[in-house]
Design a protein around this ligand. Structure first.
Ligand code: NAD
Length: 262
């Protein structure tokens, strides 16, 4: 059967960002009621307004994924407004600084780990408690090819996303008895957008042997490293998320799906 989310509520964290908002629109057009969770009030309100204009039922809650009380309040509010939560796109993230391992700032390392790892765990465990009382659900965590590719100058980000893959595998086992599936997606170079531009500029500025000092050349170097010779478009992520959140993937759990052009 075709993917259909009518009657289902899906919560998206980092919902005001590029990937989160594109996914919100895609899942919304497939019938889902969308609960937006993000830290940024203006961007989130604008995202909610756009969804409403597109006829997509939605609600939003401004929360920091690293704050358990705010996360609990968000789940209470969104499930009260939209109905029990069937799906979670656990997607909020922060890319961190760009500098080599021996000069990488500890405070930023801790910040990346706190948002990407502790934050993802906080949301996932709270939503799992909610889903257990409502008969199950599906969770998709946003990891990254950085988890396995060893990108230079991104020690904190690579470490945090590798942790997310481990988290996905263990959670899939812990939550299988409760009819909750947990999978991950690992996008690689995606564009255009904030993260693409930022990483091209910061890799150029980092002054390593791996990338040129000129951002245009860095962009070209990155593209040349991809078998399909182009970056991925965000619209090439949303279908994978829909698949993993839908009943179409009902026997798939604990998987990390690369979205990387090869
Ligand atoms: P983005 O910066 O556009 O969006 C991230 C969103 O997360 C923002 O709206 C931000 O406000 C929100 N956020 C950050 N910290 C938060 C917190 N503590 N609590 C709540 N919300 C918070 O980035 P994006 O490209 O949409 O990235 C989304 C996810 O995809 C991230 O986990 C990122 O690491 C991952 N990813 C992105 C790429 C890429 O190239 N764009 C590649 C691989 C993985």
């Amino acid at each position: 059967t075709a993917i259909d989310f009518h009657g289902k509520t899906i919560v998206i964290t980092g919902a005001a960002g590029d990937i989160g908002f594109a996914t919100a629109q895609y899942l919304g057009h497939l019938g889902a009621r969308i609960g937006l969770l993000d830290l940024d009030p203006e961007k989130t309100q604008a995202a909610a307004k756009t969804l409403t204009q597109q006829g997509i039922t939605n609600a939003y809650f401004i929360a920091d994924v690293t704050n358990p009380e705010q996360v609990k309040n968000a789940i209470d509010h969104l499930s009260h407004t939209l109905g029990p939560i069937h799906g979670l796109f656990n997607n909020a993230g922060y890319q961190g600084h760009f500098s080599p391992t021996h000069t990488y700032p500890l405070d930023d390392f801790n910040r990346v780990m706190h948002i990407n790892v502790t934050g993802a765990f906080t949301v996932m465990s709270a939503i799992a408690r909610h889903m257990i009382t409502h008969g199950g659900g599906a969770i998709v965590n946003t990891a990254s090819m950085a988890a396995v590719g060893g990108p230079p100058n991104m020690i904190a980000y690579a470490t945090s996303k590798a942790a997310l893959i481990g988290m996905t595998q263990t959670a899939s086992k812990d939550l299988a008895p409760y009819q909750i599936r947990v999978n991950a997606i690992s996008p690689a170079y995606m564009g255009p957008g904030f993260m693409w531009t930022r990483q091209v500029e910061l890799q150029a500025a980092a002054g390593s042997q791996y990338f040129d000092a000129c951002p245009d050349n860095v962009a070209e170097q990155m593209i040349q490293s991809i078998p399909m010779r182009r970056y991925g478009h965000i619209n090439e992520i949303v279908g994978a998320v829909a698949f993993l959140l839908s009943d179409t993937s009902s026997y798939i759990t604990g998987v990390n799906l690369p979205i990387s052009g090869g």
